[in-house]
Ligand binder design. Structure first.
Ligand code: HEC
Ligand code: HEC
Ligand code: HEC
Ligand code: HEC
Ligand code: HEC
Ligand code: HEC
Length: 494
């Protein structure tokens, strides 16, 4: 009996040493940091995956470290005690409160520990703000996120936090994002991430809970007037402009007529589809349910499978607006824009086609692209001093839109709005998606279904607007049954 008491007393006193005390303070501080970070993250309106790394990986590491130091102190102390027993020397680690010096040191320890706790609380708060910032999402994984950050900074959403679209608020998405965020950080550290980062992002939160926080269905009504300025690939870079009235329309009857392009997202209408590929570019089956609950099923020719074998996805904003924040400019349209703005001098013969040609090539690295662009353009215009500025601008265009190290460019990331360079709307509106009786197909051949051409051409031709629309006078001649994307893909397909 007396033996066990003395044993447990010595066990307690084993913890009474400076090393174990330090370990204890570190462990307590990590617990405090854990609690605080957890609290901030739960109370915050938006949360983000990187906090998960702090909360579930960094603070526990320190906790374990603290405990290990504590145990280390005990082991050392025990060895010391044995030596004392063997009469070697004194137990130097032991805290003996009967000694005034030890009491003074302990006092100092307590004050230092208090400061340490305060500092931990402050640092947790700062860490929380930092991981929430755009700076962290984009810059911390600089190489991996460079394409997304660069395109984001040039997008209309440049001031919307990454987390507003990628995570949103609420408890379940909070937990999911924590877990996937922790994995992402591991993937980056272990160099295991895929290049390019695959899209569509699996389990991206439904648009109703992200996009519609800012763009609610009542906010749309009427048409949108858009001007597309192009330059042909001839020697004089002839302008060719199309002015469209896009029938964006509305989606909420309490605000205005329902119809047009945003008819798809009217809460009463439901469009579901099956995608045959991961990128959702081939859509063989579509089902529309309108406000009267009338269901219409459309299939593309050749698709006879049972739809219930597939994942059926409900269409939302992201099926059309998949690039609201990361639009990878296509060579022809970015060069068109630079010429239209006067940044590239239109008077330089064939500058459009030559600039597009150097951008259409594949380069292994950004550095090689810079060199390739410069040498080729100098080669084409050896005696033209104006070409220096063109080279600067084309290089800038490349840096802003093409990222060979991450394999991120218009080639890998289709933009589903429109139909010129990707199938986009024509994934369904191609005239080949028909009902079982073949009587109806999803609107396709009617070029006025989605927009009216108000004006096209150049100079005086652009002064007269036709509110009833006009047929497209394609500068590349008659296209017959072909789809735009068969010939156009960031430039003309060779
Ligand atoms: C306006 C909403 C929005 C904002 C803001 C936003 N994103 Fe995105 N992001 C998207 C959408 C939509 C996709 C495409 C999803 C899909 O196709 O499934 C995407 C795709 C991505 C991808 C996948 C690769 C790619 O290029 O498509 C990454 C990585 C990404 N975003 C990172 C970021 C980072 C980092 C930020 C902040 C600097 C950010 N996003 C800000 C909406 C947004
Ligand atoms: C935090 C608010 C916010 C969120 C979330 C948000 N946006 Fe936006 N969005 C804006 C603002 C601000 C603009 C620029 C002003 C405007 O046109 O209304 C904009 C502009 C746009 C435009 C017009 C772009 C153009 O070229 O004129 C589209 C399309 C768009 N957003 C789609 C989306 C989609 C799709 C999502 C979800 C992935 C989304 N937005 C999420 C605030 C937001
Ligand atoms: C058979 C191939 C082919 C098809 C299909 C085709 N185009 Fe073209 N397109 C051309 C050619 C060739 C030019 C002339 C290029 C030049 O001189 O710059 C051109 C030029 C254009 C231009 C002006 C210059 C430019 O490059 O932007 C526009 C806009 C355009 N096409 C839109 C369309 C649209 C929209 C469709 C689908 C409705 C379409 N094209 C289908 C071959 C095609
Ligand atoms: C069927 C495809 C489709 C769907 C689904 C869709 N949009 Fe659009 N939206 C368009 C097109 C096409 C335009 C015309 C502008 C353009 O071409 O960029 C547009 C325009 C917009 C604009 C710009 C309006 C303006 O006045 O500048 C915003 C913002 C927008 N959409 C947000 C959304 C949001 C949010 C959702 C989901 C609730 C959504 N869209 C669903 C195709 C779609
Ligand atoms: C997943 C398939 C799918 C995609 C992708 C799609 N649509 Fe549709 N769309 C439909 C279906 C289904 C209908 C209703 C059937 C019908 O009336 O032909 C429809 C109807 C429409 C209508 C007629 C609405 C009305 O007032 O009756 C317009 C306009 C339209 N879509 C524009 C677009 C545009 C623009 C895009 C590309 C940005 C697009 N759609 C992409 C499936 C799709
Ligand atoms: C399902 C809806 C839909 C149908 C049908 C449709 N378009 Fe379009 N079209 C669009 C949208 C949306 C855009 C705008 C794309 C953008 O903002 O980038 C567009 C853009 C265009 C442009 C301007 C492209 C540019 O870059 O200059 C032309 C030209 C055009 N369409 C011609 C046609 C012709 C010709 C037809 C008939 C064969 C047709 N469209 C049928 C939805 C449609």
């Amino acid at each position: 009996m007396s033996e066990t008491t003395s044993q447990s007393a010595s066990q307690v006193s084993l913890f009474r040493n400076w090393i174990s005390l330090t370990g204890l303070i570190v462990a307590l501080a990590s617990l405090l940091a854990f609690a605080l970070l957890f609290l901030f993250d739960t109370l915050a309106h938006f949360s983000n995956p990187y906090m998960g790394v702090m909360i579930y990986m960094v603070t526990p590491t320190f906790l374990v470290l603290g405990v290990l130091v504590g145990i280390g102190g005990v082991l050392l102390e025990r060895r010391g005690l044995r030596r004392v027993a063997a009469g070697e020397k004194q137990a130097f680690l032991l805290i003996d409160l009967s000694r005034p010096r030890h009491r003074r040191i302990l006092g100092g320890f307590v004050v230092a520990a208090l400061f340490f706790f305060l500092f931990t609380a402050f640092a947790s708060y700062q860490a929380y703000h930092f991981t929430e910032s755009v700076q962290f999402c984009g810059h911390a994984c600089h190489m991996v996120m460079k394409p997304e950050l660069t395109t984001y900074e040039h997008s209309p959403h440049a001031r919307v936090a990454c987390t507003s679209c990628h995570i949103g608020s609420g408890a379940t998405w909070f937990v999911r994002s924590k877990l996937s965020g922790a994995y992402q950080v591991y993937a980056v550290l272990a160099n295991k991430y895929p290049r390019p980062v695959p899209t569509p992002i699996k389990n991206l939160r439904p648009a109703q809970e992200t996009c519609e926080q800012c763009h609610w269905p009542k906010a749309f009504v009427g048409n949108l007037d858009r001007v597309y300025a192009h330059f042909l690939t001839d020697a004089s870079n002839t302008p060719y402009t199309v002015r469209l009235s896009l029938k964006v329309g509305g989606a909420d009857p309490s605000h205005g007529p329902v119809g047009g392009i945003h008819w798809h997202m009217n809460v009463a209408n439901k469009i579901e589809y099956i995608a045959a590929d991961k990128e959702r570019q081939t859509i063989p089956w579509v089902r529309a349910t309108d406000s009267q609950s009338v269901v219409t099923e459309f299939r593309s020719t050749g698709f006879t499978n049972d739809p219930s074998q597939y994942v059926i996805r409900r269409m939302d904003c992201m099926d059309c607006h998949n690039r609201p924040a990361h639009k990878y400019g296509k060579p022809d349209s970015v060069v068109d824009l630079a010429i239209a703005l006067g940044r590239i001098d239109r008077a330089i013969p064939s500058v459009k086609s030559n600039a597009v040609a150097v951008l259409l090539q594949s380069y292994p690295t950004q550095q090689r692209a810079m060199e390739g662009i410069a040498t080729q353009l100098i080669g084409q215009y050896p005696n033209d001093p104006r070409i220096r500025l063109v080279i600067d601008i084309v290089q800038q265009i490349y840096r802003d839109n093409m990222f060979p190290e991450m394999k991120a460019s218009w080639r890998n990331y289709p933009d589903n709005i429109g139909h010129k360079d990707w199938y986009g709307c024509f994934r369904c509106h191609d005239g080949e998606h028909k009902t079982a009786d073949k009587k109806n197909s999803i609107k396709a051949n009617d070029c006025n279904a989605c927009h009216l051409i108000l004006a096209q051409g150049r100079g005086a031709e652009l002064q007269k607007l036709t509110p009833e629309g006009q047929p497209f006078a394609h500068p590349g001649g008659d296209i017959g049954e072909m789809k735009c994307h068969d010939c156009h893909f960031g430039g003309l397909v060779q």
